[in-house]
Design a binder for this molecule. Structure first.
Ligand code: PXP
Length: 390
């Protein structure tokens, strides 16, 4: 059976399983060039993708009594991705066709925040019934997508920057953190710097008491900071390099050649009762390999170079580095986070990288909050992240 017949048969059976016997779907296997054209023409997006679908349903009702819509799959992208993920092409094509079919049925639109998760569940259920439970590689791949809804940790440093500009008691980063939580933030981040230019020790202590999500403390791996972290016990420590005169963190930690030293720091934090340790790192496979020997649970990929890239070509290049690093980090067993310089203008391509589980964003949200308010600013950012995962 060739791919066309296999997919035709698969979709036919899937429609029956979904109680849609007799309905029709058009499926086209196209090239990268063709899907890029469709992507640009109809969806306003650049470049090729694996699958797109166009529904003929309007709201709850089909516009045609039998025809559900059209699915386009790029066989070039499918082949590349199947190889990367180590799954048989035939199975991967069927998973894409089912993904397209569920989109046609409006799965992602009706169920809000958890839609990608519910959709992956349905996809897995259908695939299991069509292929059988022994096709483990593809079922595991789709199951991993269940973790797709990404989290947003909000960094409130720059509320403290405004406060410290006048050395007064307002605006208070604690208030901002509570509002960020009300807006949907999954965690609150603060960077306690050696020079205390924004966040103060009092802020971290109070946040530890007050916030209901999780507290992430960014810090340089100095003796002073280690002792402080071990008394406050945040939910996560993110190790970052720090240069006294820098405007903001300039790059990831250099782990290569310093594995033993970094491992000792990670060990001390974990032994001291801090559940998760993260390393802020450049999207570089060699650095990631070194990081995998330190005992850290998380890597936060530095998105600063992507954010600062000039022109489409440089940006694409930086985005590919992030995509590759995210895959490598995941394969090495890390939980993958990303952050630095992410904004309302540049978040979407990064938020679409499925391996990234959490984004750490500060400056852009605080800047936006000045204009629209904290809850609204967090909500806007979350909905952009969620949209990119649809
Ligand atoms: N992640 C890390 C490790 C950082 O040091 C910072 C800046 O403090 C951020 C994320 C947030 O960056 P931005 O403020 O540009 O969103």
């Amino acid at each position: 059976m060739n791919y066309h017949q296999f997919l035709q048969e698969g979709l036919f059976r899937a429609l029956r399983l979904l109680g849609l016997k007799g309905r029709v779907v058009n499926l086209y296997l196209v090239t990268d060039e063709e899907i890029a054209l469709i992507n640009r023409e109809y969806l306003g997006r650049e470049g090729p993708t694996n699958v797109v679908s166009f529904s003929l349903w309007e709201g709850q009702r089909p516009a045609s009594p039998t025809h559900l819509g059209e699915i386009f799959i790029s066989r070039d992208t499918a082949r590349r991705e199947a190889r990367e993920y180590g799954v048989p092409l035939r199975d991967y094509l069927l998973s894409l066709a089912l993904h397209g079919l569920l989109h046609l049925l409006g799965y992602e639109h009706e169920r809000g925040r958890w839609a990608p998760w519910l959709m992956a569940r349905k996809e897995e259920e259908l695939l299991r019934r069509l292929l059988g439970p022994e096709r483990r590689a593809i079922l595991n791949l789709v199951r991993r997508r269940e973790y797709m809804p990404a989290k947003l940790a909000v960094n409130v440093d720059h509320v403290a920057t405004v406060r410290e500009a006048r050395k007064v008691h307002y605006p208070d980063p604690i208030h901002a953190a509570v509002l960020a939580e009300l807006g949907g933030a999954h965690g609150i981040v603060v960077h306690l710097r050696g020079d205390r230019r924004h966040i103060q020790e009092r802020d971290v202590r109070l946040l530890r008491e007050i916030i209901k999500t999780k507290l992430i403390l960014e810090m340089a791996p100095t003796e002073e900071m280690l002792e402080f972290a071990l008394t406050v016990k945040p939910d996560q420590v993110t190790l970052v390099p720090e240069r006294p005169m820098e405007v903001t963190t300039e790059g990831g930690m250099a782990v290569k050649g310093r594995v033993r030293e970094v491992r000792a720091t990670v060990e001390r934090l974990k032994k001291g009762g801090i559940p998760k340790v993260s390393i802020f790192i450049n999207p570089d496979p060699a650095e990631l390999k070194s990081a995998s020997k330190t005992g850290a649970d998380v890597v936060e990929l530095h998105t600063g170079h992507y954010a600062e890239a000039r022109g489409a070509e440089e940006r694409e290049h930086e985005l590919s580095r992030l995509e590759e690093a995210a895959r490598v980090a995941r394969d090495l067993g890390f939980e993958v986070h990303a952050g630095h310089g992410l904004s309302y203008e540049n978040i979407e391509p990064v938020a679409a990288i499925p391996e990234i589980e959490e984004f750490s964003i500060g400056h852009a949200i605080i800047a936006r909050a000045i204009m629209v308010g904290m809850r609204e600013a967090v909500r806007e950012m979350l909905s952009l992240i969620e949209k990119a995962r649809g």
